[in-house]
Design a protein around this ligand. Structure first.
Ligand SMILES: Nc1ncnc2c1ncn2[C@@H]1O[C@H](COP(=O)(O)OP(=O)(O)O)[C@@H](O)[C@H]1O
Ligand SMILES: [Mg+2]
Length: 436
């Protein structure tokens, strides 16, 4: 098989066991030869090192069998190696005559197995995971930690290969952005391979891609990572970018919204508002409710915001903060949606109601987040792209993806979004503007 130039480069990285590169991402577009190179490397390695164990994985095992596994058969046929292995559909494995084995695994996120304990006992020599934006960063990390089987016998170093199309999931920051900014750690590598890098692509394939919508063409043909075409996303990318430069948004009454850190490594975010201008933002790693309450009070005095226009998220730890701020409002994420002009609004809960309403305002360009740090701009943008409808096909109230799912896609807690969304509370409960 004639590898493409990009595939050759990937293979060079994968077969050099002195370069210190252990995590390799290949692709960034459709038809760049991702599945083929992954399958080729697994097959070649299994044949070269007798008695070794290799992982072939994807989010869903059904899709794995329909795509990656088909590429594997394809590659082995082209190599004239069809007689050297046997595939067992039931056992989800490919056994080679030399004792090597390729294990087919599903890496779907399951709330009942957050730590991927199901992979816990696995020992592998190396692995290829197809379309890694669909799995969590945790799954990637756990798979990597399982690479040790017979490495020393053959003088190998751990290698985990992933493939991807452009995406705003964790892979964006973990590989793409780091590479773009020259900050990719030496143990990682990203090889971009697009359609144009693959001379083996059929005309038919190209024509299919040409008929796609604009966003998909940008992503899949041109390898543009800034496009996300998920139709369940509530806010558009351009509108989110505008958020940081909407200078036309007028000043107004002062408000403070505060989302309090709970457990793990999430952060407290406090936003000070003048009308729909977010004029100041403070992020705190502190957990002590007294300190957080004191910070809110300081800001309320500095920006002359009365306590009745301060809202603090009241779930868990936040309740303790609000108790120390007499007169402040409490925000209960799971409480019922608020009636508007006496009419019930059809949202799952208050947080969902505020999320949808705020998303509309973002799309209309009527919010300005003033002087956001580069870190906030990047992270808030990523978070807002993950604000998505859930169960759009079902009847019943409008729903949003839970925070936990957002966190899975981001690889971190969405700290910035909640305090922004909470601003909508004051439009729903007591519109002071009307009294002036
Ligand atoms: N080295 C190669 N030799 C021959 N055909 C290849 C090679 N690499 C890719 N192809 C062909 O190009 C097409 C796209 O490759 P594939 O690996 O499925 O792309 P991707 O997974 O990136 O979408 C397939 O039809 C495949 O058979
Ligand atoms: Mg593929």
């Amino acid at each position: 098989m004639h590898l493409t130039l990009k595939q050759t480069r990937a293979l060079d990285l994968l077969e050099d066991h002195t370069n210190g590169v252990s995590e390799i991402l290949f692709g960034g577009g459709a038809g760049g030869g991702k599945s083929q190179v992954g399958a080729y490397w697994l097959g070649k390695s299994a044949l070269k090192y007798p008695g070794t164990r290799w992982l072939m994985a994807r989010k869903d095992i059904i899709t794995l069998k329909e795509t990656t596994l088909v590429s594997f058969f394809d590659v082995m046929k082209r190599q004239g190696a069809t007689g050297l292995y046997q595939y067992s559909e039931n056992r989800n494995e490919i056994r080679f005559k030399n004792g090597s084995i390729i294990l087919l695994k599903e890496l779907k996120y399951k709330p009942s197995d957050e730590q991927y304990d199901s992979l816990g006992s696995l020992e592998i020599t190396g692995g290829f995971i197809d379309e890694i934006p669909q799995i969590t960063q945790k799954a990637w990390q756990v798979a990597k930690s399982r690479i040790r089987y017979k490495l020393d016998d053959f003088g190998l170093s751990p290698k985990l290969l992933g493939s991807c199309n452009p995406s705003k999931a964790w892979v964006y920051a973990y590989f793409y952005k780091a590479q773009k900014e020259g900050k990719l750690e030496p143990h990682k590598a990203f090889i971009q391979s697009l359609l144009t890098d693959n001379p083996h692509i059929s005309k038919h394939y190209l024509e299919n891609l040409r008929t796609m919508d604009q966003a998909s063409r940008e992503r899949l043909m041109l390898g543009n990572w800034e496009y996300d075409d998920d139709p369940t996303a509530l806010m558009g990318y351009d509108a989110i970018c505008d958020l940081f430069r909407n200078q036309h948004v007028p000043t107004g009454l002062g408000y403070i919204t505060a989302d309090i850190a709970r457990m793990g490594d999430d952060k407290t975010v406090i936003r000070v508002w003048s009308g729909w201008r977010n004029v100041h933002t403070l992020r705190l790693a502190k957990k002590d409710t007294r300190e957080v309450a004191a910070e809110i009070l300081k800001l309320a005095i500095k920006y002359q915001v009365p306590m009745s226009r301060v809202v603090v998220d009241e779930d868990g730890v936040g309740g303790g903060v609000r108790d120390q701020l007499p007169g402040a409002k409490g925000f209960l994420n799971g409480s019922s949606a608020v009636k508007v002009a006496g009419e019930k609004e059809n949202y799952e809960n208050l947080k969902t109601q505020c999320g949808y309403r705020l998303a509309k305002r973002v799309n209309e360009g009527s919010i300005w987040v003033v002087n956001a740090t580069v870190e906030e701009q990047e992270q808030l943008t990523e978070e807002m792209e993950q604000v998505k409808r859930r169960d759009a096909d079902k009847d019943g109230p409008l729903r949003l993806q839970p925070k936990q799912v957002m966190a899975q896609a981001l690889g971190r807690s969405p700290d910035w979004w909640d305090a922004l969304m909470m601003r909508e509370y004051f439009e729903l409960v007591g519109n002071y503007q009307g009294l002036l």
